[in-house]
Write a protein that binds this ligand. Sequence first.
Ligand code: 6GU
Length: 240
Amino acid sequence: MRIDVLTLFPEMFESPLNHSILKLAKEAGVVDIVLTNIRDSSKDKHKKVDDRPYGGGPGMVMMCQPVFDCFEQVEKLSPDKPRVILLTPQGKPFTQKLATELAGEKRLILIAGHYEGFDERIRTGLNAEQISIGDYVLSGGELAAMVIIDAVVRLLPGALGDGESAEDETFSETASGGSTSLTAGGLEYPQYTRPETFRGLTVPEILLSGHHGEIEKWRRQQSLERTRQSRPDLLKDKQK
Ligand code: 6GU
């Protein structure tokens, strides 16, 4: 997969893209992530990329010219037709299901904005879909782009090392939309590793018993209880 990111702050991506799974995935050739600075496309003599909103109001709006020119230059860098995504709090919610869908694409172009938002003609002119990562406001789309990149790349075949699997997780879903994980769409059960006692805190007896059936039952109960406590909405969703 190729992912192009259009941003005013390419440096923000350096650390997240160069550690852990994303680093390994890039090294393995599973994904190619290319960062392009929108400001470099500004034709303004001061490299301006934003301006005051028509009609008044607070803040600044990302201008068409630098974004359109940057997009057109980047689009040409590969023959594959991209899925174009604008990161904005007005977008559709990013979910595991959407991550799975995006992981099936050959190419993504992510456009991260700053200031109060994009000139609307950027969305319509570039035929971009809008995605939000949650109901809160970030100061820019960069962190949202990184969240999406992480969630998508780890799903690509070959991104996780041997013995690791992106399936069988809390939010994983099958093609039909149903969950097949042990937790059945709920939250993960609690995990423990050595030692058996740490500062007087012990590991639940059942996990040391070797009774696999009982362990599985205990894990299901724990998962259900945690889900009831923290995310009852996930249980309600299942009843629909
Ligand atoms: Cl994609 N951008 C911004 N600025 N804020 C957000 C967001 C995106 N998703 C949630 N909040």
